[in-house]
Design a binder for this molecule. Structure first.
Ligand code: FPP
Length: 240
């Protein structure tokens, strides 16, 4: 933590939490045991991000495609989500963290929706960090909804540019992530924040999500701080 340059922190970190199933399998347990232990990693990572001064943390908790998993696993994940939100709302309040969501929340079981709504409204005035949970989320789905709403609003082609398009995304009030982390040694984007990650630095680690802790987050941030972000320019232009 001490090695991190506080003047060069990403404002927004997005994480694809992957590897719960493999973690459980390696211990001879059912997949849901991995998800349960994934919640511990969520808690430690959220705490670590807030402590170091990250302003936005987005966690890919459940993709639109995850609905295709066995019903038993989907149900267990939803139950886990409800209990985690219920248990952790106090921790969010104590740490001045605001909760928000992206994705098709209406698809979640009503109990999960209710629990989320309560936590979102309770934490709405918190200012230290915003925790965004991506639930029933897909990047392509989000872009399609934006296009449909632009058409509904009767926008003319010349009115549409990157800035106006961005206003139609569910992340409109969140800056693009400077850093995207994926755990478990998979090198894929998997339909996460497709528009928003145009210039994100990507960081992959073999650590399986249930083993991920704040020290792993800090390692990723340190690695990010070694990157030269050129946004299409040359190194020489950046040095001017
Ligand atoms: C990916 O591992 C993980 C998920 C699909 C679920 C992530 C959810 C949690 C960590 C709990 C959610 C709780 C809160 C509070 C956000 P995988 O099942 O794809 O693992 P595998 O690739 O090894 O099979």
């Amino acid at each position: 933590m001490e090695e991190i340059d506080a003047t060069n922190l990403p404002k927004h970190i997005a994480i694809t939490m992957d590897g719960n199933g493999r973690w459980a399998k390696s211990k001879g347990k059912l997949r849901i045991f991995g998800h349960k232990n994934g919640v511990k990693a969520v808690r430690d990572t959220v705490e670590g991000a807030a402590e170091i001064g990250i302003k936005y943390l987005t966690l890919y908790a459940f993709s639109s495609e995850n609905w295709n998993r066995p019903e038993k696993e989907v149900n267990a994940l939803m139950t886990l989500l409800v209990s985690a939100i219920n248990k952790e709302t106090k921790t969010l309040m104590d740490n001045n963290i605001r909760l928000s969501t992206i994705g098709d929340i209406n698809k979640l079981p009503s109990k999960a929706q209710k629990e989320l709504q309560e936590a979102i409204s309770k934490t709405k005035d918190n200012t230290r960090m915003t925790l965004v949970l991506a639930l029933s989320y897909s990047g392509r789905g989000e872009i399609l909804i934006a296009v449909k709403n632009i058409i509904k609003d009767g926008k003319e082609p010349e009115e549409i540019n990157e800035a106006t398009f961005q206003q139609y995304l569910t992340t409109k009030s969140v800056p693009d992530p400077e850093l995207l982390i994926r755990t478990s040694g998979e090198y894929r984007i998997s339909n996460f924040l497709l528009w928003q990650i145009a210039y994100s630095e990507l960081y992959f680690t073999d650590t399986l999500w249930p083993d991920f802790r704040k020290a792993d987050l800090y390692k990723a941030i340190l690695n990010y701080q070694t990157r030269e972000r050129r946004f299409g320019k040359t190194t020489e232009q950046l040095q001017k």
